[in-house]
Design a protein around this ligand. Structure first.
Ligand code: SF4
Ligand code: SF4
Length: 727
């Protein structure tokens, strides 16, 4: 075939009569009208939701650019799942290319050909267009094939759950039919045109055309010449394929807002409106607590409803959830989708139910929410930025309001209310841990200090963690920094009771602390516990103390917005000491210890606040060989202590802490050669000391805090009363 004699373009409605053409556009109009109405309905439903407490559409231009980058790169899908990342990228990029290709044809036909009487869809442009469309279309089909393989052949467990339904099958099979149908049409068209050479750029369709030629598929001309009597010829087949393809496409367009394909819009909207600090800060507590609860589905904000609609049921959240892994009755995907189903049932005239309660009569069971460790792994894994913890906190606040809280948690609330600490111990004993030191710890209420050290409940009252407190005090003393503590004016930081829904007590604690800090002179706040660090850094500055100033139940006298401009720096101790080590204040040569250790990233330091390096730098500064856990940094697996888990008893097998120690001893490169399991959080210390015993690992591994390694490395373990294992 001579490329110069055949126009390098093609006819778009080949074989379609003018009546069919009109029917085609009528159907297209109906499909788009149904789509528009459905999308309008969905978005009007969001408008009925409550206001969200965070700005979600400020700086919209940048939000859209950033969301586009996140969505197009598929970065979240690639996280821990190369196969899933490639699969979704192929499908999404292929789909977008085919969509844009259709728009290009429309622009050429209606703007250029009909109005300007010219076309750009020919020659080199057409050839390049055809090649790109075929290449991306092929990727699209490969991606769909990968999705089908994973769903139906491998039966990847995270894709199947109680919300899996026929819509998932229809979605994937419709896309498959569109992809395959498009190529079939192309092959028939090229074959019927006599397989012109230039069409080789449409290499998939060209290959199919050669195939049709190989099997001797009749052309209309051949049939008319009496060479084929079956009536089956390329023109008829093309007509059939064209209409089938068009009808499937119209069905898909109209179906988008009513089922799973809606995630193509809702997920993008969800990523645009995400809160960058989601999870690390919970929505502020208005003095009218009703506004924060989940008495009915109408209490949920528009963003929480959008979250529900954005869920693609991918199950990534559930697959990383430590509560689910330990067989607790929690599956984060199900919570989001249960709320969605209930809302949709209710909107369709269904019966009202309590949102959360004990005893199985509610949308969400209280036990489900109690199981959450607030570890944020679900949010980190979610590719569409669903803010699970925001909805979960709403449910927890409702439970606390109703009194549906585990008795052990009630005891903790009582202890904090009466004594200011979770142990129920006397506030006067708070500084006793320091009695065994060879020096006095400064009272920051009386003297100006550089570091105002918030010691925290566990380092103050728990025997094992007191060693950590003494280690840190010794380190700071050795580094010659001035530091002081609040003694009996220090109370529980409130981070974890807030996550269980006890908001008023939280405000009371926050008010007490900021009021006390106002009377002290210091440079920065340093915390032993990542949980305190998180709430001081991210949440105390957002509490509107003024709203509670007239409340007789609130004993503080503080009406400002604390640290609104971030003037007071808040540090986790590893960050502060890393600076000291870098400045040479501790005289470490990096050869002092020779243990092989692994390190567990605490959720509130790592995933919550993105601090992964400071503890690692300190471990390495002691000379220890650090062998990473397979699940490290943002993929870290919770110890089980967060979200109140530390105070609750669960029937679980294995405990998250046991599973984690097993991982250290079996799945790291050094395996059983790991001598110490290093932590940087008092709650982790407590959980892992327990897991070491209950899991039967006592003789195999030690649990130590980073501070204990340093104090040993600087030769001050005796002074800190830290037990060092004999060689
Ligand atoms: S925060 Fe952690 S425990 Fe809670 S649902 Fe998410 S992954 Fe599971
Ligand atoms: S919440 Fe996010 S991670 Fe979980 S199933 Fe839905 S889309 Fe996937």
């Amino acid at each position: 075939m001579d490329m110069n004699t055949i126009a390098q373009t093609r006819e778009t409605y080949w074989g379609i009569t003018s009546v069919e053409y009109a029917v085609f556009y009528l159907l297209a109009f109906i499909a788009i009208a149904v789509l528009t109405y459905g999308v309008y309905q969905r978005f009007s439903r969001y408008a009925e939701g409550d206001d969200d407490s965070f700005s979600r559409v400020n700086d919209l231009g940048n939000r859209i650019v950033s969301a586009t980058r996140t969505v197009l790169s598929n970065e979240k899908q690639f996280n821990r799942d190369l196969y899933g990342g490639l699969m979704h990228s192929f499908i999404m990029w292929g789909f977008l290319t085919l969509f844009i290709a259709t728009l290009i044809i429309m622009v050429d036909q209606y703007a250029f050909q009909k109005v300007l009487h010219m076309t750009f869809w020919e020659g080199d442009f057409y050839l390049a267009y055809s090649f790109i469309v075929d290449a991306m279309g092929l990727l699209f089909v490969v991606g769909i094939g990968m999705a089908m393989y994973r769903r139906y052949w491998v039966r990847n467990h995270r894709l199947w759950g109680r919300h899996t339904s026929t819509e998932d099958d229809i979605f994937i099979w419709t896309l498959f039919a569109l992809g395959i149908g498009g190529f079939l049409l192309e092959g028939l068209r090229i074959y019927s045109a006599g397989i012109p050479d230039h069409e080789i750029v449409s290499f998939v369709g060209y290959g199919l055309a050669l195939g049709f030629n190989g099997i001797g598929l009749a052309t209309l001309g051949a049939e008319q010449a009496g060479l084929n009597g079956s009536g089956l010829n390329v023109e008829n087949l093309h007509w059939l394929a064209w209409w089938t393809h068009s009808l499937i496409a119209f069905f898909f367009i109209a179906w988008v807002p009513y089922a799973k394909p809606f995630h193509m819009l809702s997920s993008f909207a969800n990523v645009v409106t995400r809160d960058e600090k989601a999870g690390q800060r919970l929505p502020n507590v208005p003095s009218d607590l009703d506004a924060t609860n989940a008495e009915s589905i109408d209490d949920f904000t528009w963003k929480e409803i959008l979250d529900q609609d954005a869920c693609t049921k991918c199950g990534r959240c559930s697959s990383v959830c430590p509560a689910k892994a330990s067989d607790r009755p929690l599956d984060p995907r199900n919570v989001i989708l249960d709320l969605k189903s209930y809302r949709e049932d209710l909107d369709a005239g269904g019966e009202e139910q309590p949102i959360v309660a004990d005893g199985g009569t509610s949308v969400i069971n209280a036990e489900t929410m109690e199981s959450c460790m607030a570890c944020m792994a679900c949010m980190d894994a979610c590719p569409v930025e669903i803010e699970h913890l925001k909805s979960f906190t709403r449910l927890n606040r409702q439970m606390t309001d109703q009194g549906d809280v585990a008795p052990s948690m009630q005891d903790v609330f009582q202890n904090v209310m009466q004594n200011g600490n979770t142990f129920g111990d006397s506030p006067r004993n708070r500084g006793d841990w320091a009695d065994e030191l060879e020096f006095d710890v400064t009272d920051a209420r009386e003297e100006e200090v550089d570091y105002l050290w918030y010691v925290g409940d566990f380092p103050s009252y728990d025997e094992r963690n007191k060693q950590v407190a003494r280690s840190l005090a010794t380190i700071l003393k050795e580094a010659d920094v001035s530091f002081g503590i609040l003694f009996d004016d220090e109370k529980f930081d409130g981070n974890d009771i807030r996550r269980v829904g006890e908001e008023l007590l939280y405000v009371e604690l926050a008010g007490h602390h900021v009021e006390t800090w106002e009377d002290c002179e210091f440079d920065k706040i340093v915390c032993t516990d990542p949980h305190s660090y998180n709430t001081f850094k991210n949440e105390y500055p957002e509490v509107n103390f003024d709203e509670f100033s007239d409340d007789p139940m609130m004993p503080f006298d503080y009406e400002e917005q604390w640290n609104e401009d971030g003037e007071i720096e808040v540090y986790h101790w590893t960050q502060a000491v890393e600076e000291l080590v870098a400045d040479g204040a501790l005289d470490l040569s990096g050869t002092e210890l020779d243990y092989t250790v692994t390190y567990h990233d605490p959720c509130h330091l790592g995933r919550y606040n993105d601090e992964y390096e400071a503890p690692r730098e300190l471990i390495k500064a002691t000379g220890c060989t650090l062998d990473e856990m397979p699940r490290n940094r943002s993929n870290s697996f919770c110890c089980g202590g967060g979200g109140g888990g530390l105070w609750m008893d669960f029937e679980e097998e294995p405990k998250p802490s046991e599973e984690r120690i097993r991982e250290a001893l079996e799945d790291t490169d050094a395996g059983s050669g790991i001598e110490k399991f290093v932590v940087a959080c008092p709650m982790c210390m407590t959980m892992y000391e327990d897991g070491r015993k209950t899991g039967g690992y006592e003789d195999e591994i030690e649990v130590v805090d980073v501070a204990e390694l340093i104090v040993e490395a600087i030769g001050k373990a005796d002074e800190a009363q830290v037990e060092v294992a004999a060689d």
